[in-house]
Design a protein around this ligand. Structure first.
Ligand SMILES: [Zn+2]
Length: 326
């Protein structure tokens, strides 16, 4: 079966997935198992377990962050009840249900530690896939060592260090290296000898563990090698769903008379399918809705704000350009 899709550059910094032939509505475009499947469960474990890593220093940092969250929420509640008292004669109290900024910052740091702990436990082949994904945030931690992905470098000597993992040493450059980050790279020659080298690399050529995770994780925290390279649209032409759920849907719809072209082999545990949601023409970009299925329609501003906060991009899909609710 010839491939239905290809992933290629859309612009210098953007990759997209495109149909290489016409695709019928309901066709399975891609089947794939996530290479990381359970980030949400891991984050919850970090929030609830008093010593989730077993490393006394990191566990102490985690407990301190949890105290920070609790104290920020407590302070907010005190502020709100004080405001309610002073406006008891009918004034409005701002009803912002999100955690206060100080608590959000601590929660974010807690999630970052959980994701980093998970990354460190994975084999190098998985770490390379992880760091090869798009990073919309590129916040390089300062003052401490952290793994980074390296891509898009053009070396005048033809030395190839792209698509590999380096270690950011937590230092930024000055003078001619201003705006660059110190990264330790390892190069293996043909005889297997490894040479370490420290390079100054621009932010745009680096990806981070937490940034790639935030930019790409689907549903309950899954990372896919190929499906994560499908861009978002508020009016998508494809959907992502577990293969088992799709098979159950087809059985429900057709009983034991599933049309042969819709028959699916059983899935691996956690295997997902990207399914066309309408006819797609050759050359058209494949898109998914990162906002998930929704009961209510949202304004362009509301969708853009969520996408910018959560995934780090400003949506310029057709629906957003036409300012449509969806
Ligand atoms: Zn949009």
């Amino acid at each position: 079966m010839p491939p239905m899709i290809e992933t290629r550059a859309k612009s210098q910094n953007d990759v997209g997935t495109f149909a290489v032939r016409d695709i019928k509505k309901g066709a399975v475009i891609l089947r794939e198992c996530p290479f990381v499947a359970d980030l949400q469960r891991i984050m919850i474990h970090f929030h609830t377990d008093p010593a989730p890593t077993g490393d006394p220093a990191i566990d102490a940092e985690i407990r301190s962050l949890k105290r920070e969250v609790e104290s920020a929420i407590h302070d907010r509640q005190c502020d709100l009840s004080r405001m309610a008292e002073t406006t008891a004669n009918g004034g409005d109290v701002a009803d912002d249900r999100r955690p206060p900024p100080r608590a959000r910052a601590a929660l974010d740091k807690l999630n970052e530690l959980a994701v980093r702990h998970e990354f460190d436990s994975r084999p190098e082949s998985i770490q390379e896939k992880w760091l090869s994904l798009h990073d919309a945030f590129r916040v390089i931690p300062s003052g401490s060592e952290s793994p980074v992905g390296i891509s898009g470098l053009v070396s005048p000597k033809g030395r190839r260090i792209n698509d590999t993992i380096g270690t950011s040493l937590g230092k930024t450059g000055t003078g001619k290296n201003s705006g660059r980050f110190s990264v330790r790279t390892a190069r293996k020659d043909e005889s297997g000898v490894i040479t370490m080298e420290d390079l100054w690399i621009k932010r745009e050529n680096l990806t981070t563990v937490y940034g790639t995770c935030r930019s790409n994780s689907f549903l309950s925290g899954m990372l896919f090698e190929r499906a994560c390279r499908i861009n978002h649209s508020c009016r998508p032409n494809a959907v992502l769903m577990p293969v088992e759920k799709l098979i159950r849907y087809l059985e429900h719809k057709f009983g034991d008379r599933i049309p042969p072209d819709l028959m699916l082999a059983p899935g691996e545990p956690n295997e997902h399918a990207v399914l066309s949601d309408r006819e797609i023409r050759a050359g058209e970009e494949i898109s998914l809705n990162y906002l998930g299925s929704r009961d209510e329609s949202r304004s362009t501003e509301a969708r853009r704000e969520i996408l910018l906060q959560k995934y780090g991009f400003n949506c310029e899909c057709e629906a957003c350009e036409r300012r449509e609710c969806c």
